[in-house]
Design a protein around this ligand. Structure first.
Ligand SMILES: [Fe+2]
Length: 221
């Protein structure tokens, strides 16, 4: 199964109202990462990790690639009542899980720390607490495939020392392989088109390499 096959399978799983979370996890696990499948979406920024939208499943989920430069990490965050699956496509990521803060002003308590290598799959939701994802390599990038069900546009970031939370907006660096421009637009402007049929041909054949992107919002994984 290639990435197009995985997208087709996820779309099929979500074609009914009842979604089997275990089936989604199985599908994510059965796909074996092949850079030829996802290179088009893997657009890095030297200053921050990037979120690159691949598929929305008709509004039922968001499937995206996250590209992490060396040592980059997300904020500690929640997931707005969504299910969150992460599959490592290249490199490795460390997930640190925390309990929800109990007393304002107290440091967050670490529950567990897990290393996921290429092809590993993690699952997270608000019932399991909060987490932070980070690329532990000081030299190599990492790429991960994230599936959020249902999609969300805001979540909360937490201060590790005080538990203080801050609402943040999540944005995309690219959509369907094309750069999103947030200049003067909260939603962002983008020429990318969602794939109606599963194919390996995408809207932009040459990904834009410009660093002029003006995104300022906090991004979380
Ligand atoms: Fe997350």
């Amino acid at each position: 199964m290639d990435l197009a096959g995985l997208i087709a399978r996820v779309r099929q799983i979500f074609s009914t109202d009842k979604v089997d979370v275990d089936e989604v996890r199985r599908a994510m696990g059965e796909y074996k990462s092949n850079p030829d499948d996802w290179r088009h979406f893997a657009q890095f920024d030297p200053n921050k990790y990037t979120r690159n939208l691949v598929d929305t499943g008709n509004g039922k989920y968001n499937l995206m690639l996250l590209c992490w430069g060396p040592s980059m990490a997300s904020a500690i965050h929640d997931h707005t009542d969504a299910h969150c699956f992460v599959k490592i496509l290249d490199g490795a990521l460390v997930e640190t899980k925390y309990d929800w803060p109990k007393v304002e002003g107290e440091a967050l308590h670490v529950k567990e720390r897990t290393v996921y290598d290429t092809n590993g799959v993690s699952y997270m939701s608000d019932t399991l607490g909060l987490h932070r994802m980070e690329n532990p390599s000081h030299f190599n990038g990492a790429v991960s495939l994230h599936l959020y069900i249902p999609p969300y546009t805001t979540c909360n970031a937490f201060d590790e020392r005080t538990g203080h939370k801050t609402k943040c907006t999540v944005t995309f660096y690219t959509k369907y392989g094309c750069k999103v421009d947030y200049t003067g637009s909260k939603e962002g402007k983008c020429d990318g088109q969602e794939l109606k049929e599963i194919t390996t041909t995408f809207c932009c054949t040459t990904p834009e390499q410009s660093n002029s992107h003006s995104e300022t919002a906090v991004i979380t994984a």
